[in-house]
Design a protein around this ligand. Structure first.
Ligand code: ADP
Ligand code: MG
Length: 257
């Protein structure tokens, strides 16, 4: 969390107005199998929560439950204190941006067109306005010089930055990242992580599933450790990494650090 002096400064410059997010006893199932049980989590506005845990522990399912790519079986999701489960999923996804491991860009569109498409086609902004927003967002991710390139002519790191710009172009209140750097060559990871840290500084509310323990340690306001569909521990980076309480977290850390 930023200290008060910094926070005041930050408020003046903040480009984003992240919303608070709360999960209450969220349960998600595939068929009869519950893969996420009774997950409760508070995410204050403008903070970053990193989710760590072994493969198959339910991290992706949790993100999919938040923006309802997967309908929760039970429990509630609150955005700015208001339940969103009765809203239409499409309306909710306008408010929550998501970035995946594989960038899923449209291959036949330029970087600029990829970013402009949703504001134009989904938000129904005039095309010129959508293009202006896209130019601004591409500039923010450092890709003005690549605006006319197709995805295949960009590096993986640049493609992921386009995907982030595309999500930001919808003015989301929350950003979800699912292993956004896992598919990148090692030398390209840092640029994307720096960009994510920058969004955090500018007041975005972020939920970041990551294997990058250095990022979680440095950037997260809270770290959540999941195992077998449950939240096992939640705490500050110091608490999670320096004073793990459970044998499960100690074992996980000994394997990844
Ligand atoms: P993580 O992202 O932590 O690796 P996931 O959320 O992808 O974990 O998966 C959690 C559990 O749900 C795993 O046991 C996985 O096999 C199961 N699972 C994931 N997706 C599906 C699906 N579409 N159908 C059935 N089971 C699934
Ligand atoms: Mg996953």
């Amino acid at each position: 969390m930023l200290n008060n002096a910094l926070a005041a400064d930050h408020q003046q410059e903040a480009a984003f107005h992240g919303a608070s997010l709360e999960l209450r006893n969220l349960t998600l199932a595939y068929g009869d199998i519950e893969v996420l049980r009774n997950v409760s989590l508070q995410i204050p506005a403008g903070t970053t929560t990193c989710i760590i845990g072994p493969s198959g522990s339910g991290k992706s399912t949790l993100l999919r439950g938040i923006n309802r790519l997967h309908e929760p079986k039970a429990g509630d999701v609150l955005l700015s204190g208001r339940s969103v489960l009765k809203d239409k999923p499409d309306a909710l996804r306008l408010r929550i941006g998501m970035v995946f491991q594989h960038f899923n860009l449209f291959p036949d569109h330029s970087a600029l067109q990829n970013v402009a498409l949703a504001p134009w086609k989904i938000k129904k902004l005039p095309k010129q306005q959508a293009m202006a927003i896209a130019r601004l967002r591409l500039d923010e991710v450092g890709l003005t010089q690549r605006a006319d390139h197709r995805p295949r002519d960009l590096s993986g790191g640049q493609q992921q930055r386009v995907a982030i710009a595309r999500a930001l172009a919808m003015d989301p209140e929350v950003m979800l990242f699912d292993e956004a750097t896992s598919a990148l060559d090692p030398e390209l990871v840092k640029g994307v992580l720096n960009l994510m840290a920058d969004l955090c500084q500018r007041g975005m509310t972020m939920v970041v599933v990551t294997h990058e323990m250095g990022f979680a340690r440095k950037v997260a306001d809270q770290v959540v450790f999941m195992d077998e569909g449950e939240i096992v521990e939640t705490g500050t980076p110091e608490a999670i990494f320096e004073r793990p309480q459970s044998a499960r977290l100690r074992r996980f850390l000994s394997e990844v650090l």
